[in-house]
Design a protein around this ligand. Structure first.
Ligand code: PGA
Length: 236
């Protein structure tokens, strides 16, 4: 595991963009695993800026996002599909038809999850998987639990995640209580993992994830078993 600390969020975002640029340079048709939340916004800004400057080309790339709220359609402003369209997809030359976000509307999320994993495998697997980390150590929406879940699956959000994400909604009651998320098997199968974390508030959970016991009670800790993980931490 490579662990790098940066004095600023901007410096971390640029370093994360460097890793995306390197992946796309080596493999223009890379499969990118993408994440939402506040931490990747600076990275997506930087990718959009580099694309506008002619330094990046997403035309052959494919993307699969980690997760989506159950109950929100893709045109809902708080859905992760909407977030991705706004923050990245509409600002670079990725083919929208090759951007995938789990659907938040379904009557069979377990079947959808298996189909999502099968599609990722059929695309050749994820070359670079971006992750944030929740205050409770979740990655994607894999919440602390007694076991690690392997496949993309529906889950119930913990109170801590609902509270953390309430800042994006008008009221806490509007935060969906369930989500569909890539599972640990899906994430761990990525060839390279890039975890970004921002600010002193995340320092302790990141420390536990990278150097504490590997346990499903702190889902990100499983990354200690992945052969190619880079963690970028911004001190402020
Ligand atoms: P954040 O969320 O980037 O908004 O802190 C991270 C996460 O919950 O995965």
């Amino acid at each position: 595991m490579v662990f790098l600390t940066f004095p600023s969020y901007q410096a971390m975002s640029e370093a994360a963009a460097d890793i995306f640029a390197e992946t796309l340079r080596k493999k223009p048709d890379a499969v990118l695993g993408l994440a939402t939340g506040s931490t990747p916004i600076g990275l997506y800004e930087e990718l959009a800026r580099r694309y506008a400057a002619g330094a990046l080309d997403f035309s052959a790339a494919t993307s699969y996002n980690l997760d989506e709220y159950i109950g929100l359609a893709g045109d809902h402003p708080q859905s992760y599909r909407y977030f991705m369209n706004q923050q990245l997809f509409s600002r670079v030359n990725i083919d929208l038809a090759r951007t995938f976000v789990p659907s938040g509307l379904s009557d069979d999320f377990a079947t959808d999850g298996r189909a999502y994993d099968a599609a990722i495998a059929a695309a050749g697997g994820i070359d670079l998987q971006l992750l944030g980390i929740g205050n409770n150590g979740h990655i994607g929406f894999n919440e602390p639990d007694a076991v690690f879940s392997k496949e993309t699956h529906p889950i119930t959000l913990t109170e801590s995640t609902i509270q953390a994400n309430a800042r994006f909604f008008d009221t806490i009651d509007e935060v969906p209580r369930q989500a569909i998320t890539m599972g640990m098997g899906t994430i761990m199968a990525a060839k390279k993992v890039l975890l970004v974390a921002n600010g002193a508030g995340k320092a302790e959970i990141v420390r536990q994830a990278v150097s504490g016991p590997v346990t499903p009670r702190l889902p990100a800790s499983i990354l200690q078993f992945h052969p190619d993980v880079t963690v970028l931490f911004a001190e402020q």
